[in-house]
Design a protein around this ligand. Structure first.
Ligand code: FES
Length: 161
């Protein structure tokens, strides 16, 4: 890592790590600011939290919520748990993959404007199938509703269809 990145990572951690804070709270704060937790932050985080680098890395990789690279401009999290499965979420997943040209849980594919993630219960079981699109929850999603939501999201982030 070059010196400027190391300094930026140190400053990032100094902005968020406070005495008494848990590692999870600091990771959430960093991800809220940047949209991800850069790998360069692991060493300064370990130092600030008096943990090993392996412990910090282990927490980041254990929780699906944390990402180590920037997300695509449009991120879709589709619930694939039981209630949503019983209401057709797998057919919806196939539609979403065909419509976007992306695959679920493949990460942010280079150049892709959309990233697809599986989720396992979004707390909307009675209104399934459910998904989150750029952090906003949507329920009773049909293929047609998804297409409209995606078109609106692309406009918001100025991504061509
Ligand atoms: S099972 Fe899909 S929201 Fe709960």
């Amino acid at each position: 890592m070059d010196d400027s990145l190391a300094i930026a990572s140190d400053q990032l951690v100094q902005r968020h790590a406070r005495p008494g804070m848990s590692l999870l709270a600091v990771l959430h704060a960093i991800q809220d600011e940047l949209g991800y937790v850069p790998s360069g932050a692991i060493t300064p985080l370990a130092r600030a939290m008096n943990l090993s680098r392996a412990e910090v890395h282990g927490v980041i990789t254990y929780y699906h919520h944390f990402r180590t690279e920037p997300a695509a401009p449009v991120t879709v999290q589709l619930c694939r748990a039981e209630a949503c499965r019983s209401m057709g979420t797998e057919a919806l997943a196939q539609h979403i993959e065909a419509h976007t040209g992306c695959r679920f849980d493949a990460g942010h594919q280079a150049g892709a404007a959309v990233e697809l993630e599986s989720a396992y219960c979004l707390g909307q079981c009675a209104l399934s199938p459910a998904l989150m699109l750029n952090g906003t929850l949507h329920a009773k999603v049909t293929p047609q509703k998804f297409d409209a939501l995606l078109a609106a999201a692309r406009k918001c982030v100025e991504v061509p269809a």
